[in-house]
Design a protein around this ligand. Structure first.
Ligand code: PLP
Length: 443
């Protein structure tokens, strides 16, 4: 097992799988076994493996300028070009971009920018953030506090009380609706709960509401129609900012360019980006804010003398060059349009698994989906631990499909955006065999 403390792993029980190389949508282990990457690594390798253009871009940039920081006004052309390209692409007004290295640190940066901003405009008491149950926003101290999943809190002493994280409902109709409640009634109930929370805490204390447009690690929750429209109406009423955590959903993943556009979210005030920003060839993230926030922050930093936040690798030139090339490939090759078409195909094929005796719900949009396994198909009763989900994930792996069991017993699929319909068929067939084997195991 080596000396590694493995991340997000059962450190007691784990068997390892040594991945040696990747090619297109496939990875190969050190025994020569081939797997189709049904989760694009960790929801990130959008352009697949061994993309020659990205490799050449990284190599060339390393030769020209392997490192330069961005403190105190130093900059470089690829960083400026990337920020300009991102500002053009995001559905926000006059966007400004802060670069980091991971989705977690992008969210930490946003928490700090919120505080800095509200201090700057004379509202220092407006610092709390509303996050949802069953959300995933990362694992650093602040971002893990936003995350709404118990394993990311238990024994870590999280969430940190002083951060002021408030919790509201997960918009998962299948799991959380009352008996006989319609989707519209469910939406009204949870949006009313949100408004009640805002009023009981005091709107003047709440800075922002954070949401993944469609969740990933918590089981691919696609909120019912009308949910975000109603949430945004409430937030606007109380002057609370909308913060879109698009670390998974950005760049073609959900059937359009951004998850906000797929889900009808109007102009978020802040956006967190990472993962597919560079197709995971280099670690890079972006915390994007609207121009109005930036102007206030800029003014404040003049008074203080410095905007005292930055990482050694903020705007790493190799990561910026690779991200810029990734965005160029997305737009040049119509990757989002391809993903929309292939994603529709994937959703229609996966939907058929709702007939399977083990499956309670199949959900998703575009190229992201989850198949929820249940103990009782009629009542939707969940399995009481993650053992069946883990078994099914292992069965998939044995059959040459990499996927991920999330939120107990949901199997998540999120293949590279470049997969073909034939490769979707391959994923579906391997999933079918694995589900049948899992059914045999539980029977
Ligand atoms: N936000 C979302 C929505 C994520 O899905 C993730 C990771 O999966 C993160 C934040 C954290 O990103 P990272 O693992 O790069 O820190």
């Amino acid at each position: 097992m080596s000396q590694i403390i493995y991340p997000t792993t059962n450190l007691y029980a784990t068997e390892t799988l040594t991945i040696e190389r990747g090619e297109g949508a496939y990875v190969f282990d050190n025994q020569g076994n081939k797997y189709i990457e049904g989760l694009a690594g960790l929801w990130c390798t959008s352009l697949g493996y061994n993309n020659k253009e990205l490799i050449e871009t990284a190599t060339e940039q390393m030769s020209r300028l392997s490192y330069s920081h961005m403190f105190g006004g130093k900059t470089h052309q690829v960083g400026m070009d990337l920020s300009e390209k991102l500002a053009q692409m995001v559905p926000m007004d006059d966007a400004k971009v802060f670069f980091g290295n991971s989705g977690s640190d992008a969210n930490d940066t946003h928490i700090k920018m919120l505080r800095y901003y509200f201090n700057a405009i004379g509202k220092p008491g407006k610092y709390k953030v509303i996050a949802r149950e069953r959300s995933y926003h990362g694992v650093t101290v602040a971002s893990a506090s936003l995350t709404g999943l118990p394993p990311n809190h238990t024994h870590f002493g999280l969430p940190f009380e002083s951060l002021g994280v408030l919790r509201t409902d997960a918009p998962h109709y299948y799991r959380n609706a009352f008996p006989n409640e319609s989707e519209a009634e469910f939406v009204d109930r949870i949006v009313n709960n949100l408004e009640r929370l805002i009023l009981s805490e005091g709107p003047e204390t709440i800075a922002a509401f954070i949401a993944e447009p469609i969740t990933g690690a918590s089981g691919v929750i696609v909120p019912p129609a009308g949910y975000y429209q109603k949430v945004q109406a409430v937030l606007n009423k109380y002057d609370i900012l909308f913060w879109a955590d698009e670390v998974i959903t950005a760049f073609g993943r959900t059937g359009s360019d951004f998850g906000c556009n797929t889900m009808g979210i109007k102009k978020p005030d802040m956006m967190s980006l990472a993962k597919q920003l560079s197709s995971a060839y280099m670690p890079i993230s972006a915390s994007v804010i609207k121009g109005e926030m930036f102007e206030a922050i800029k003014q404040q930093s003049r008074d203080v003398g410095v905007f005292g936040h930055g990482y050694t690798y903020s705007g790493h030139p190799v990561a910026c060059a690779v991200a810029l090339k990734t965005l160029e490939i997305y737009l040049r090759d119509g990757v989002f349009e391809h993903a929309e078409k292939t994603g529709n195909y994937m959703q229609s094929k996966l939907k058929a698994f709702e007939q399977h005796p083990l499956v309670g719900e199949v959900r998703g949009k575009g190229m992201i989906a989850a198949i929820e396994l249940v103990a009782n198909k009629k009542t939707g009763e969940p399995f009481n631990d993650g053992a069946v989900g883990s078994y099914a994930m292992q069965a998939c792996q044995n059959n040459g499909l990499i996927c991920r069991a999330v939120a107990g017993s949901s199997l998540a699929l999120c293949p590279p955006l470049i997969v073909t319909e034939a490769q979707i068929d391959e994923i579906v067939e391997k999933m079918r065999v694995s589900l049948d084997q899992t059914l045999e195991y539980v029977s």
